[in-house]
Design a protein around this ligand. Structure first.
Ligand code: NAP
Ligand code: SF4
Length: 674
């Protein structure tokens, strides 16, 4: 039979083990690996990905000793008790023909704990703890700890380990002059700086045997000052091959880098050139990574010879059956990762369990279960935004007879607006996914159909109201002046904004709107993105950092909020800084602590820092949050429906701090109970 993706789905014979395809689930910290009582949940999470046909799974980072902890009491592999916990995970994966390696890591100066250690006593700007400098003897001890962890991983049934030597963790710290100021055998020129990771590889090979995968995640682009050059990266790759590495995985950028590496505005496969640079210089397989989220793209990268395998961490969180759907020629049914970070990495930084915005079952496989309904019911879902789509499809999957009503001409709700923001085109993938899922689950869809209050009563057993939100109109004198535009009007192209624009509101939508006003409206090419952020993908200079190309903003924009303090903090930790830098570089004037006075022909009158000002703008765009639309139901003083057969989800339920993560989860949770 013809394979739809012949390179991506080709097995890979490593001599002692054969991977069933080239799809690697990259390492992703979920939070489950840090507590032994969560290992059954972790096993269920990986089992789903193995069942879904993934070729090779890499676990989240497991410390090789306590000083290497990222967070206090993080997952560790340094004793026999750990082996039993990990056994649950490896057995679950092997049951479905998958392979799994444990990521062996040492956080070095990223350890968020007082006992951290590193190549030199140099604090990172993203961590309050200063590491102590490792002595030469301590370096050898840590090498031994990696070897012991690998041996124990083998005992636990792992097919190998991935040695974490990128993203700025300990071994990456040793590799680069940025942190490595040592004068002993582990410092100096690249031969000394690479010694730590090379000796770790050699020791693992010796301790765990020749028939054990030793994949090294090597930083192929550091994106920090004092990072390595392409020559140094290639020299390290060759030395790792000689030391017995089975494969090399791609790591991109230190965590303290100020260049984005995985957010949605980074073009797909932006970093393949860095991987290709290494791949051309070694004979062992090399894995490409970062912003690769479709089988077609993975196939194209492999066919071009830029890499031998494709690593996808978040895309497999989003859809555990990615490989199976690709193999069945059903790529359109894949729930594509939109690189939002909102439920995965943002959770990690808040020390919360990861999950996925588009797949709330991720990491909750044993808790959010869609069982077959005991008694099929007639269910109406009103509103085909994210909450309604989620509720309708889960209810129908469970065997209910579901009709979805939508007043607009198409499904998607607020995601239709988000997908128009430059750099957020991925959001359109979720609409595509739900379009297929509505079909495959048999939901009856009535578009262009506005439901009146009471109309559905009597015809349905349950009514899920997912009617979403409406933009808030702030009480400012002149709010009905022709200069005032709503954000949906601007994003949907119903009204064009002039050259000078004031944006009222600096939440997620205010930021999106500014980016919409300032950028070209076509997906950015890798080249222009790299120039904009000052990235040399093949590191001809240390760290691959060059001067960013100057921007020629196409508008003058003011972004305003009434609260004092930092602006643009609405989006999560892992994405907010990218937006802030982008807006600053586009010359957006950000004013916090403003008091709006009025809008008239002269522009927007306000008071800022005690001073009255007039922003003489062509337009004022209002992004002042939203209010719930729920006129179909009667609610009590707590905002809950008075009729037990009515269910409010998403923005219709609570408009403040509405986000798609809550909308999709809430829709799924309600439908799982019906
Ligand atoms: P939001 O985050 O609540 O922000 C609303 C903004 O409007 C605030 O800056 C607020 O600041 C201002 N505001 C509120 N009431 C106002 C009033 N009466 N008059 C004038 N200004 C007022 O809402 P949003 O930006 O509409 O976003 C909605 C949801 O979608 C949020 O949860 C957001 O996180 C999410 N979202 C996330 C992203 C992302 O990239 N992660 C992107 C888009 C949307 P002041 O009250 O200080 O003036
Ligand atoms: Fe991808 Fe967002 Fe899901 Fe994370 S939360 S896996 S970035 S879709």
């Amino acid at each position: 039979m013809n394979s739809p993706y012949p390179h991506l789905l080709a097995p890979l014979d490593l001599g002692f083990v054969t991977l069933r395809n080239r799809i690697v689930m990259g390492s992703m910290h979920t939070g489950l690996e840090d507590r032994f009582w969560n290992y059954p949940k972790l096993a269920a999470y990986f089992e789903e990905r193995a069942k879904g046909g993934t070729g090779l799974i890499v676990t989240g980072g497991i410390s090789v000793n306590r000083r290497g902890w990222l967070l206090p009491a993080g997952g560790t592999m340094n004793g026999k008790a750990d082996v039993a916990n990990h056994r649950k995970v490896t057995d679950a994966v092997h049951r479905h023909g998958g392979h799994i390696v444990m990521q062996a890591m040492h956080a070095g100066r990223y350890g968020y704990q007082p006992f951290s250690e590193s190549a030199s006593r140099l604090k990172s700007r993203i961590n309050p703890f200063t590491p102590r400098e490792m002595s030469t003897a301590r370096c050898w001890e840590v090498i031994g700890d990696f070897a012991r962890a690998a041996r124990l991983a083998r005992d636990a049934g792992y097919d190998g380990v991935e040695v974490m030597s990128s993203e700025g963790y300990l071994l990456n710290q040793f590799l680069c002059k940025r942190v490595n100021r040592r004068t002993d055998e582990f410092g100096g020129a690249i031969e000394g700086r690479m010694k730590m990771v090379v000796e770790v590889t050699r020791a693992i090979r010796k301790a765990a045997g020749a028939d054990f995968i030793c994949m090294v995640r090597l930083s192929m682009l550091d994106l920090v000052e004092g990072g390595n050059t392409g020559d140094e990266i290639v020299a390290t790759a060759r030395a790792l091959e000689a030391a017995g590495a089975t494969m090399l995985n791609t790591g991109i950028g230190w965590h303290e880098a100020t260049v984005p590496t995985i957010v949605t505005s980074v073009p797909r496969a932006a970093f393949r050139a860095a991987t290709a640079m290494v791949k051309q210089q070694v004979a062992i397989p090399v894995v490409a990574s970062n912003r690769i989220n479709t089988p077609a793209l993975g196939e194209e990268i492999l066919a071009s010879g830029d890499a031998d395998l494709i690593s996808m961490a978040r895309p497999l969180l989003a859809d555990p059956a990615f490989a199976r759907k690709a193999a069945a020629g059903k790529a359109d049914e894949i729930n594509t990762c939109i690189a939002c970070n909102q439920a995965c990495l943002d959770h990690t930084f808040q020390a919360k369990r990861s999950t996925c915005l588009v797949n709330p079952q991720a990491c909750y496989e044993t808790e959010l279960v869609y069982t077959q309904a005991a008694r099929p019911k007639r269910i109406a879902v009103v509103g085909a935004g994210m909450a309604g789509l989620s509720a309708a499809t889960v209810a129908a999957q469970r065997g209910h007879d579901v009709t979805l009503f939508e007043a607009a001409a198409d499904i998607g709700g607020q995601f239709n607006l988000a997908a128009r923001v430059p750099g957020k085109e991925e959001f359109g993938e979720t609409i595509r996914y739900f379009r297929h899922r509505l079909q495959s689950t048999g939901v009856k869809v009535e578009l262009g159909r506005r439901v009146a209050k009471g109309e559905l009563e009597g015809s349905y057993d349950e009514i899920v109201v997912a009617t979403g939100v409406t933009p808030r109109a702030p009480r400012i004198a002149g709010i009905d002046h022709p200069k005032v535009l709503s954000y949906p009007d601007v994003l949907l192209g119903r009204k064009a904004a002039g050259k000078r624009v004031a944006v009222i509101g600096a939440g997620g939508i205010g930021i999106d709107l500014c980016e919409f006003l300032l950028a070209e409206h076509s997906p950015q090419s890798v080249d222009s993105w790299a120039k904009q952020w000052g990235v040399d993908l093949q590191s001809s200079v240390p760290g691959g950092l060059v001067e960013p190309a100057p921007l020629a903003p196409i508008r003058e924009v003011w972004m305003l909020q009434r609260k004092r303090g930092k602006m643009g903090t609405g989006p999560g930790k892992t994405t907010g800084w990218v937006h802030r830098i982008a807006l600053q570089r586009h010359g957006v004037t950000m004013l916090a602590g403003v008091e709006y006075v009025r809008i008239d022909d002269a522009g927007l009158h306000l008071v800022h820092a005690g001073e009255a000002k007039v922003l003489s703008v062509d337009h004022v765009v209002v992004c002042a949050g939203q209010e719930s639309v729920r006129d179909l139901v009667t609610v009590n003083e707590k905002g809950e429906p008075t009729d037990a057969r009515h269910h409010l989800v998403g923005g219709a339920h609570v408009a403040t701090e509405l986000d798609a993560k809550r909308a999709i989860r809430e829709g799924a949770e309600v439908a799982a109970r019906l």
